[in-house]
Design a protein around this ligand. Structure first.
Ligand SMILES: [Zn+2]
Length: 552
């Protein structure tokens, strides 16, 4: 059997892994590349498999970097089924439709801008075409085994950090074949032979809302912990990953040519103790583990410290009759923050001041969270019995439209606003920031990761002036950050989860991983984590983008 790393390989986003056996083809996640233009251009590269001849897609969770390219797979002929938990299916429905809408809007805005600025647009198109060509080359390098992984250059200088060739994880060149042995040409070979702009219109929306809607009927719900045959010889079990509602790690029991192997895909691994949802599942038996590495080399601030800073900030805002603005990711973080604020009120640690929840997506996601009590942890189930509504803050106002959103600034102070998106790259939170950025009575509180180059990152780093709507604005509001709220395991938590696979066993025994693949992380994080995974006694490998590895 063979595993091909079509995304999430030396990048944090774009998770997509193709398992091929002699009888089946199964895709694990079909995620979108997000972040820098150089990474998001990878969404335009052909999928790397023939969607018509794929047996099934398994989706670990509803974040776009794990499910965001499903509309392309379906548009290009994937007939289904797509397996996921019920929670993931409902949340993925929200994010995919929203994503399709945003891609359409973005393409229209771009087209208008290009009409007004033809020369700049031509230059930008050349740059896009160059980025695209570079991405094709990089994918091709993974396909053919050439040492061209430009994104690892310099970082991955020491060859001893990865497995030497010939130990089972070596690169295996592949071609794309249709099921039934009908060979189809390698689409990337075609691409390389022609100028990219002839084949692909980089200005077209990546996909539309209609493309996204076509995905939804193909979902098939699965329960946690129940094994299910998803393709001939491929049996999948979804296990709680503790990352967001419905998130799963996936264990595959694969029978191929008389051999049985267990593959574990961590998906995004959550943290023990995260509110509302259950902790990540402990697994002890695998032949191969594909583990995320987002926070390799890093440790989160303890949760208790995060809650202490949150409480202190709310108290300060209340005493000063100020405004607290919390940019937050709509799915997971918003529900967690509201839950923590509700606990702080219950414990009498913060005064009861009004809270405005100003994110349509977060409101819909909260409804999904409320509907699926079967996914809640014991603590939240208990709170439901004693308190009634643990996912709601007592003085909350949910805005339903943009007028209500704009009316918030006329509310009597003090009050709090939680709005999307979490990195200030768009959404209603930007409107609030416009009103509050030069207001010394306002506090901006970051509760999540700020991507490099975003407005959020500049403000977090202490910028005194920022450009908003093309206008330079003074930063007079107070800016605070909490790093202890994270939906991802940090390095000690990743290692603790991996260590379970070695307990009571020695290398070579059944169930002791033959190899641990590090995925879903930047090269620096992966290289920081890799030696520590080796110290646990595991053989490791950091696959390149598009690389295929034989699992023997
Ligand atoms: Zn995620």
């Amino acid at each position: 059997m063979e595993l091909r790393f079509l995304g999430g390989a030396t990048t944090v986003t774009g998770s997509r892994f193709l398992l091929k056996t002699s009888t089946a083809r199964v895709l694990i996640d079909c995620g979108m590349f997000q972040g820098s233009p150089n990474e998001s251009i990878r969404n335009r590269i052909p999928l790397g498999f023939d969607p018509e001849h794929l047996d099934a897609i398994l989706v670990t969770h509803a974040h776009l970097d794990h499910c965001g390219l499903l509309p392309i797979a379906v548009r290009e002929g994937f007939p289904g089924p797509i397996y996921a938990t019920k929670g993931t299916i409902e949340l993925a429905g929200l994010v995919l439709l929203d994503s399709g809408r945003l891609h359409e809007e973005f393409a229209k805005r771009e087209a208008r801008w290009e009409r007004r600025h033809p020369e700049k647009a031509a230059e930008e198109d050349r740059q896009k075409a160059a980025d695209y060509a570079a991405a094709v080359d990089l994918a091709a390098a993974g396909d053919t085994g050439e040492e061209a992984a430009a994104d690892l250059e310099g970082v991955r200088a020491a060859p001893t950090l990865s497995s030497p060739p010939g130990e089972g994880g070596e690169h295996v060149p592949t071609t794309i074949e249709a099921a039934g042995g009908r060979a189809t040409p390698d689409p990337e070979a075609d691409l390389r032979a022609q100028p990219p702009e002839l084949l692909i219109d980089l200005d077209k929306p990546l996909y539309t809302e209609d493309d996204a809607a076509a995905v939804l009927p193909l979902f098939r719900p699965v329960d946690y912990d129940a094994e299910l045959e998803v393709a001939p010889g491929v049996h999948a079990t979804f296990l709680d990953a503790g990352h967001i509602l419905g998130s799963a790690m996936i264990r595959l029991r694969v029978e191929d040519a008389g051999v049985e192997r267990f593959l574990v895909f961590s998906g995004d691994l959550g943290r023990p103790g995260t509110p509302i949802i259950r902790d990540p599942t402990t697994l002890v038996y695998a032949d191969y583990v594909v583990v995320e590495s987002t926070y390799g080399g890093r440790e989160h601030e303890p949760q208790a410290e995060a809650i202490r800073i949150l409480a202190e900030t709310v108290r300060l805002v209340a005493e000063a009759d100020g405004v607290l603005l919390v940019p937050s990711f709509a799915i997971g973080r918003t529900q967690e923050i509201v839950w923590e604020l509700d606990r702080l009120i219950e414990k009498g640690e913060i005064p009861l001041i009004p809270l405005f929840l100003d994110s349509p997506m977060a409101s819909k996601a909260s409804d999904v969270y409320r509907r699926h009590m079967e996914y809640w942890d014991a603590e939240t189930q208990q709170l439901l019995r004693t308190e009634g509504s643990p996912l709601d803050y007592p003085e909350q106002t949910i805005t339903n439209n943009i007028h209500q959103s704009q009316a918030i600034e006329r509310a009597q102070r003090p009050y709090m606003i939680v709005a999307s998106n979490g990195m200030l790259t768009g959404g209603r939170v930007v409107g609030h920031l416009r009103n509050l950025i030069d207001d010394p009575g306002a506090t901006l509180l970051f509760v999540g990761y700020q991507g490099e180059g975003t407005l959020g990152a500049h403000l977090q780093a202490g910028a005194k002036t920022v450009k908003l709507d093309g206008v330079v604005r003074q930063v007079r509001c107070r800016v605070r950050s909490i790093s202890g709220f994270s939906a991802h395991a940090d390095e000690p938590e990743l290692l603790a989860w991996l260590r379970n696979f070695a307990v009571g066993k020695t290398a070579g025994e059944a169930g002791y991983p033959r190899r641990v693949f590090l995925v879903h992380g930047d090269p620096e994080a992966q290289l920081a984590l890799e030696p520590k995974v080796r110290e646990l006694g595991f053989d490791t490998y950091i696959p390149r983008w598009h690389e295929a590895v034989t699992l023997d």
